[in-house]
Design a protein around this ligand. Structure first.
Ligand SMILES: [Zn+2]
Length: 167
């Protein structure tokens, strides 16, 4: 199964976003190239509160326990990646006051096009646990094609290309 490796700067950026958007879930994408020379974070607005306010029957959860990426920002990041010949490396979101696990809702969202298969088979999903507004834990989940399920995988945070020993 695919291990996850992201740069310290990317991790710092998503943790800062997750703490800033607490008590709501934050979300976004990490884009990069195959040679690992480019890696950039693209935060995407979570519109779950707006959808919940507009239609609570269709969107029973608010942004404290769910996220929905703003479609235009999501698409803009995909188009930018395509134009610059980059790939989506990771999809991330936060869990305010909950552990960093991959919930049934997370799985359903990650397999939105064709339920038994992930939308982006090679992409790692990162979940950030935030407790009382502060970073608690990060975990990565990758698709296990034999079990047809997401499973936790090793998450390495790199400082200038070397595995970080302080985090
Ligand atoms: Zn989640």
């Amino acid at each position: 199964m695919k291990a996850a490796s992201i740069r310290r700067a990317s991790m710092d950026a998503i943790v800062a976003q997750a703490e800033r958007e607490f008590p709501f879930e934050c979300c976004g994408l990490i884009i990069g190239d195959n040679e690992n020379s480019v890696e950039e974070v693209r935060p995407v607005a979570n519109i779950q509160n707006r959808m919940h306010a507009e239609d609570a029957a269709a969107f029973p959860r608010d942004a404290r326990t769910a996220f929905l990426m703003e479609p235009k920002e999501h698409l803009a990041a995909m188009i930018e990646a395509d134009r610059r010949k980059l790939a989506i490396r990771a999809v991330y979101h936060s869990h305010p006051n909950r552990d960093a696990y991959f919930s049934p809702t997370d799985r359903a969202q990650a397999c939105s096009f064709d339920p038994p298969e992930p939308d982006y088979p090679g992409v790692v999903y990162i979940v950030i646990s935030i407790r009382a507004g502060k970073f608690a834990r990060a975990a990565a989940f990758a698709w296990d094609s034999e079990r047809k399920e997401f499973a936790e995988t090793k998450l390495t945070v790199e400082c200038r290309g070397d595995p970080c020993t302080q985090c």
